[in-house]
Design a protein around this ligand. Structure first.
Ligand SMILES: C[S@@+](CC[C@H](N)C(=O)[O-])C[C@H]1O[C@@H](n2cnc3c(N)ncnc32)[C@H](O)[C@@H]1O
Length: 296
């Protein structure tokens, strides 16, 4: 089977975590494009206390983009792969960044957390101050833990708790290369909608093909000619075969904007990204509509 789902996908990311940063560093524009998509949230210079969710944060590339673009924001970074999160956690983060081990499917809406996780208990001081550090809260329940803990040392800590979860409302959700990976994108969009404050922003940075033959052919050429041989040599062939096929089989940019609109978002637009990713990768930006979708 080419496509991977849920637990087997998380396990593939666990295995691939060691080489992930090397592979994306070889992808021209990867980090700059993430920062561009983060700016496209349209939040401006973020006021203190702005709450942003980085869904599918991986090894932290998207988290770093958000931290750079939104210097006042509290960032909750969530991922289903413990291995990817471990790589993220090992990096240097300001104290306003928290990592949570959870699946997007397990997140609940604003204030709906039922658990009582103690995520982030081990949050140990960030490198730049002796104050609060970046913690990791683990668990799949719908809890109220935030994962930020009392800092006592250096580096990012791990907090665990059966109910460690994520509570909205968030001012924005950023999802870079996530939706194409989930089994039920509509269900995850509904979760995201529920986690956002009314008027909250979504930016989905995603491989969403234009629908033109040339872009699909370029994607297949890059995947089969470059990415797959390198990834296979690193032992990560199955994950990158999944990458190739998941992009070909996922929504076009236009279809994805329709899907986002149907989930109750308005002001939905697919914005192109430059370079070889033109027609291959887009930022789909949207706003949680103040009122439910449908007849008014
Ligand atoms: C291609 S990586 C992108 C990581 C990061 N956002 C970036 O821009 O580099 C996709 C990430 O999404 C995570 N992921 C996939 N499905 C998920 C799900 N259902 N819930 C949470 N994370 C998920 C994977 O574990 C992986 O770390």
């Amino acid at each position: 089977m080419t496509r991977l789902h849920d637990a087997e996908l998380a396990a593939a990311f666990d295995r691939a975590a060691h080489g992930y940063d090397t592979l994306v560093a070889a992808n021209p524009g990867y980090h700059a494009h993430l920062r561009r998509s983060a700016r496209r949230l349209g939040l401006g210079p973020s006021p203190e206390g702005l709450r942003v969710l980085d869904l599918g944060c991986g090894t932290g590339a998207s988290t770093a983009a958000l931290a750079a673009v939104l210097p006042g924001a509290e960032i909750t970074a969530v991922d289903a792969s413990a291995g990817m999160l471990e790589r993220a956690r090992a990096k240097r983060w300001p104290g306003r960044v928290t990592f949570v081990h959870a699946s997007a499917e397990d997140l609940t809406g604003a204030g709906a957390g039922a658990g009582s996780g103690n995520g982030g208990q081990g949050g140990t001081g960030g490198p730049d101050e002796g104050g609060t550090g970046a913690g990791i809260a683990t668990g799949t329940g719908a809890g109220t833990a935030t994962g930020t803990g009392t800092a006592t040392g250096t580096g990012a800590g791990i907090g665990t708790g059966a109910g460690a979860g994520v509570s909205g409302p968030f001012d924005a959700v950023f999802a870079a290369y996530l939706f194409r990976n989930v089994t039920d994108p509509d269900a995850v969009l509904a979760r995201v909608h529920g986690l956002l404050a009314p008027g909250g922003r979504l930016a989905a940075h995603e491989y969403t093909l234009s629908g033109r033959w040339a872009h699909r052919a370029l994607w297949t050429a890059v995947s089969r000619g470059l990415v797959l041989p390198v990834a296979t040599a690193l032992g990560d062939g199955p994950l990158y075969r999944h990458l190739w096929r998941s992009v070909v089989e996922f929504d076009t940019a236009a279809a994805f904007t329709d899907r986002v609109r149907a989930a109750g978002f308005d002001r939905v637009r697919a914005l192109p990204l430059p370079g070889w990713q033109t027609g291959i990768t887009h930022t789909v930006v949207a706003r949680r509509a103040d009122r439910p979708a449908g007849p008014r």
